[in-house]
Design a protein around this ligand. Structure first.
Ligand SMILES: N[C@@H](CCC(=O)N[C@@H](CSC=O)C(=O)NCC(=O)O)C(=O)O
Length: 597
């Protein structure tokens, strides 16, 4: 008896010492992660500032005089104020004043409180655009006090130029983008020096503790395996992570050489030429595997497949990009199997990223965009995950018209919920895209719940209507050659008649032009591009109707940037040219609150 008691005390002491050390390691590891995040943010912001500075240097010499004239006309007393943010587009007066105030702050001019004085000060600042561009782009990061002065003015100039982006508009947007980059860069750069020193210290400490622990007994090692998540997060290999982030270099965006498992569960992995990984997941798994639930609970719920997806992501360092194709049973699509693709970019840290949902057009599957859009490098550079669903339900029992046509049924779900008897069980692409797919993705992938939505043609119609109907779910919306007014064109009329019935009133809920007319929500940051040589615009039938949409948007004062791109057609060549700009657009808003981890 007398011998046993001290032994128990010794064991308890040892256990609590191990636990304390393990706790300490975890805390230091999280601090290291945080500090690395600051460093990688700095690199990213530095790159963004460089790009927007280049833009400024390129644009200002030619466009600044137009901008100056625009200020003069629009803001002088008795000036043609109607041109500002009015029917013909332009900037909101509030935003213009904000831009001018910011320019005064960074150029060290006094910020005038009278509008006329502010205009005069800015005209003076703009008088030598070449020198101005040189001066702005050579500015060192703003010290804290200057950033604090900028902040309130920046808040007021956050609305985009409306309508056609003329010379003054291009200049306005270039200033807006540069100011926002300069401000964010300045904020992070203020923390850089201290955080670099801190990082070095913490890493050294972590190394020492690590050495100590692995030189110790079995007990601390098992404690670490149980409770030190950094072991799984790739942090141990972080020196390579760090070097990637500090040089700013990125791996090629080609997907990882993973395996395709088309039949059976995710466990069996066979090489398949190396590009894509295909995972089949049961519906139960998707419903019961939200992040945060324990694996044990999930396994007991029979959700081992979903768990394995999560575990796979948890156990790998998130530094490699990959394209994954996932198949699961969808409730909203009548319990049919559906496949979607997800592209996960390189990340320099173990962190969750926001998602851009991509909706493809008529005849497409989840594969067209992955194969043809050339979007992956831009997704890496902008740190967004891409999720690409199919365009309709498929498989046994899914109804279609006979004879089959390309613009209806399979491959043409029109991102709505059908109400007619024949189609209502399966054709619920609206619910699928808005609810079920994000639920699945957010439960199984390392993503945040910040979302943007984009698409092409029928998918552009999907992105616009889904965005306009769900402003709280998406931070931004974009579209290529969208079908803007489907209830007025043959593609839409055919689809709506079969999916929704004859009552045209019910069609309005899926028509972007109707929806924008009624829209009263927050700025959705809508960006659209359409080619002037698009055969569905200038061919026999105008299926797209961008002007109807723009007129409605202007009427109801909904900001939309709609760019007509000279000479481009309806194809993926067109999209691959501008997809980077769309992802940059989404990234601006998705990352607005900082890079989530
Ligand atoms: N008759 C053509 C029409 C199909 C087509 O052009 N589809 C476009 C989208 S059109 C509007 O939604 C598309 O994206 N095609 C896929 C691609 O990879 O280009 C046909 O049947 O091919």
């Amino acid at each position: 008896m007398s011998l046993q008691a001290p032994a128990r005390v010794a064991a308890a002491t040892c256990d609590s010492a191990d636990a304390a050390q393990s706790q300490q390691i975890q805390e230091i590891a999280s601090e290291v992660l945080r500090l690395r995040l600051v460093q990688s943010q700095y690199k990213q912001l530095e790159g963004q500032l460089r790009a927007s500075s280049e833009k400024l240097r390129e644009l200002l010499p030619e466009k600044a005089p137009h901008f100056s004239q625009y200020l003069e006309q629009g803001l002088r007393p008795g000036g043609t104020v109607g041109t500002l943010g009015g029917f013909h587009g332009g900037a909101e007066p509030e935003s213009l004043l904000g831009i001018m105030e910011c320019l005064c702050v960074v150029c060290n001019s006094q910020v005038a409180s009278r509008r006329e004085d502010l205009v005069s000060a800015c005209k003076w600042i703009l008088q030598d655009p070449v020198e101005l561009a040189e001066k702005l782009t050579a500015l060192p990061a703003a010290p804290g006090a200057l950033s604090r002065r900028l902040a309130p003015y920046l808040l007021t100039c956050d609305s985009s130029w409306r309508g056609t982006l003329n010379e003054a508009g291009q200049c306005y947007e270039a200033f807006r983008s540069w100011l926002s980059c300069y401000y964010q860069f300045s904020l992070v750069s203020g923390q850089m020096e201290a955080s670099a020193v801190q990082l070095q210290r913490q890493e050294q400490l972590l190394k020492e503790l690590n050495k100590e622990t692995s030189a110790g007994t079995e007990a601390p090692r098992s404690a670490m395996t149980k409770s030190a998540p950094w072991r799984h997060s790739g942090l141990k290999r972080s020196s390579s992570v760090q070097s990637t982030s500090s040089t700013g270099s990125r791996r090629s965006p080609s997907p990882s050489a993973d395996a395709v498992t088309r039949s059976g569960d995710v466990g069996g992995r066979k090489s398949a030429g190396g590009a894509i990984s295909m995972t089949r997941v049961s519906r139960e798994a998707s419903q019961k595997s939200p992040l945060g639930r324990s694996e044990k609970a999930l396994k007991s719920a029979g959700a081992s497949v979903g768990v394995r997806i999560q575990a796979a992501f948890r156990n790998q360092s998130l530094t490699k990009c990959m394209l994954k194709r996932v198949e699961f049973t969808s409730r909203t699509l009548g319990n049919t199997q559906t496949v979607f693709a997800a592209y996960l970019p390189d990340t320099t840290e173990f962190k969750k990223l926001p998602v851009v949902y991509w909706l493809s057009g008529l005849t497409c599957t989840d594969e067209n965009f992955s194969q043809k859009a050339g979007a992956f490098q831009a997704a890496c550079d902008n740190q967004v995950v891409l999720v690409m669903p199919d365009t309709s339900p498929r498989g046994d029992g899914v109804p279609d018209e006979d004879p089959k046509t390309y613009d209806f049924g399979l491959g043409a779900g029109f991102y709505l919920n059908a109400t007619t008897d024949k189609y209502k069980t399966h054709y619920n692409m609206y619910d699928f895209v808005v609810q079920e797919l994000p639920e699945f993705v957010e439960a199984n992938f390392p993503v945040t719940s910040k979302r943007a939505i984009s698409g092409h043609s029928m998918g552009g119609h999907g992105a616009l209507t889904i965005g306009l109907k769900n402003p709280d779910r998406y931070t931004s919306v974009s579209a290529f050659a969208p079908i803007c007014n489907p209830m007025k064109v043959p593609w839409g009329q055919k689809a709506f008649k079969f999916y929704l019935g004859e009552d045209e009133e019910s069609w309005k809920q899926y028509d972007a032009t109707e929806l924008v007319t009624q829209y009263k929500g927050k700025d959705l940051h809508i960006l659209c591009d359409c080619g002037t040589a698009d055969s569905f615009l200038v061919g026999d039938v105008n299926q797209l109707q961008p002007l109807a949409f723009m007129a409605a948007a202007q009427q109801s004062k909904v900001p939309v940037t709609f760019r007509m791109q000279a000479g481009y057609d309806h194809s993926y060549y067109f999209m691959s040219t501008f997809i980077r700009e769309h992802l940059e657009h989404h990234a601006r808003f998705l990352h607005a609150g900082g890079y989530a981890s």
